[in-house]
Ligand binder design. Structure first.
Ligand code: TYM
Length: 328
C-alpha cells in the first residue's frame, strides 16, 4: 500500500479552508493509502502559545480529525511531539538546508515581514516539515496551495540527502485539489482564509454555530455588479464563495453557475449558508460526542505507537548512513 502523510498545526481554530483544502482529502485517501495524519504541535510553537491553549487546541484538532470521518482503524492519528523522531530528523534536515532557500520561503517572508524579533523556529519550520514527511517515506502529501513551496523544499532535501549519502528517502508528491486549494478570506478575496486572523468575520471556523455561519456569510464581501459567475480575475469575491459552495454541496463550479443563472447575490448567499451549515453540523455533533467520550486519548496513543514504529526504522537508518556512532 502506498503511504500518505499530512498534518495540521494546533494553533487557533480550524477553518473551512483547512477542511476544503486538506482534511476532506485526508478522508478520501484513507481507504486506498496507508495514512498518517498528524497534529503539528511542534510547528505550532514556532510562535508563542499559551500552554493551556496549546493543550486544548491539540485535542481539538485530534477530535476534529475523527469528527470529519478519519477512521482511527484505517489511519493513524497522532501528535507530532509524541513521536520524538520528528524533532530528531528535523534537526538533521536543518543541517542539510541552506539559509538562502529558507529565506526564499514565502510563508517565512510573510510571517516575519515588519517584525523586529523573528523567532528562529519560524525560519527552520520547513526542514521540520520535511522531516515529518520523510520519516514515513510518504508517497503522497495532501495539502492546500500554501504548502506547495514547502513540499518542493522537502523534495529538494530528500534528493540532496540521497545524492550525498545514497538512496535513503522516497521523494514525495504533493496532492493539491484542483478546486478549493486556496479558500480566500470572506472580507477580502486577495487574502487567504486563515485561522490566525484576528478578524473573526473573515473566516468560518469548523466549530462556528449555525447562526454565526449565517451571519458571516450574509456579511461576506461581494463584487460590484451582479451575477453568479465564476471569474476569479474580475469577480474574486463571488468566485471564492462559489468555490466554497461547490465543495460543500459536492458539485462542480459549472453546476453552481447553472443553478444560479439569473439570480442575485442575496439568494445565492442564503443558500450557501445552508450548504455550509449542512456540511458542518453533523461534524460538530460528532465532535461533541468524541470530546465528551474521552476516546481521543486512546486514539492518539495507538496512532503514536503505529507512527513511532515506522519513524524509528527511518531514523535509525538515517543516523547509520550519516555516520553517527551507534551506542553499544
Ligand atoms: P496549516 O496548519 O496552516 O494548514 C493545514 C492544511 O490546511 C491547508 N489550508 C488551506 N487550504 C485551502 N484554503 C485555505 N485558506 C487554507 N488554509 C490552510 C494547508 O495548506 C494545510 O494543508 N506546515 C503545515 C502543517 C504541517 C504539515 C506537515 C503538512 C506540518 N508538517 C507535513 C503536511 C505534511 C501547516 O502549517 O498547515
Amino acid at each position: 500500500k502506498l503511504r500518505v502523510l499530512s498534518g495540521i498545526q494546533s494553533s487557533g481554530r480550524l477553518t473551512i479552508g483547512n477542511y476544503i483544502g486538506a482534511m476532506k482529502n485526508f478522508v478520501e485517501l484513507q481507504d486506498e493509502y496507508d495514512s498518517y495524519y498528524m497534529i503539528a504541535d511542534l510547528h505550532a510553537v514556532t510562535v508563542p502559545q499559551d500552554p493551556a491553549d496549546l493543550r486544548e487546541q491539540t485535542e481539538m484538532v485530534a477530535a476534529l480529525y475523527a469528527a470529519v470521518g478519519i477512521d482511527p482503524a484505517k489511519a493513524a492519528i497522532f501528535v507530532q511531539s509524541h513521536v520524538h523522531q520528528h524533532a530528531e530528523l528535523g534537526w538533521l534536515m536543518t543541517t542539510l538546508s541552506y539559509m538562502g532557500e529558507l529565506e526564499r520561503m514565502t510563508q517565512f517572508k510573510d510571517k516575519s515581514a515588519g517584525k523586529d524579533a523573528v523567532g528562529a523556529g519560524l525560519f527552520v519550520y520547513p526542514p521540520l516539515m520535511a522531516a515529518d514527511i520523510l520519516l514515513y517515506q510518504a508517497h503522497l502529501v495532501p495539502v492546500g496551495d500554501d504548502q506547495k513551496q514547502h513540499l518542493e523544499l522537502t523534495r529538494d532535501l530528500a534528493g540532496r540527502f540521497n545524492h550525498r549519502y545514497g538512496e535513503t528517502f522516497r521523494v514525495p508528491e504533493p496532492f493539491i485539489p484542483k478546486s478549493g486549494a486556496r479558500i480566500m478570506s470572506l472580507d477580502d478575496a486577495s487574502n487567504k482564509m486563515s485561522k490566525s486572523s484576528p478578524l473573526a468575520g473573515s473566516y468560518i471556523a469548523m466549530l462556528d454555530e449555525p447562526d454565526v455561519i449565517r451571519k458571516k456569510i450574509a456579511r461576506a464581501k461581494t463584487d460590484t455588479g451582479m451575477g453568479i459567475v465564476f471569474d476569479p480575475q474580475n469577480k474574486p469575491e463571488i468566485s471564492n464563495l462559489m468555490t466554497i459552495y461547490a465543495s460543500c454541496a459536492g458539485i462542480t463550479l459549472d453546476e453552481v453557475q447553472a443553478r444560479y443563472e439569473g439570480q442575485g447575490y442575496g439568494a445565492f448567499k442564503k443558500d450557501l449558508a445552508e450548504q455550509v451549515v449542512a456540511m458542518l453540523e453533523p461534524m460538530q455533533k460528532k465532535y461533541a460526542e468524541i470530546r465528551s467520550s474521552g476516546a481521543i486519548h486512546d486514539i492518539l496513543r495507538d496512532g503514536a505507537e503505529k507512527a513511532a514504529s515506522i519513524a524509528e526504522k527511518t531514523i535509525r537508518q538515517v543516523k547509520e548512513t550519516m555516520g553517527f556512532l551507534s551506542p553499544r
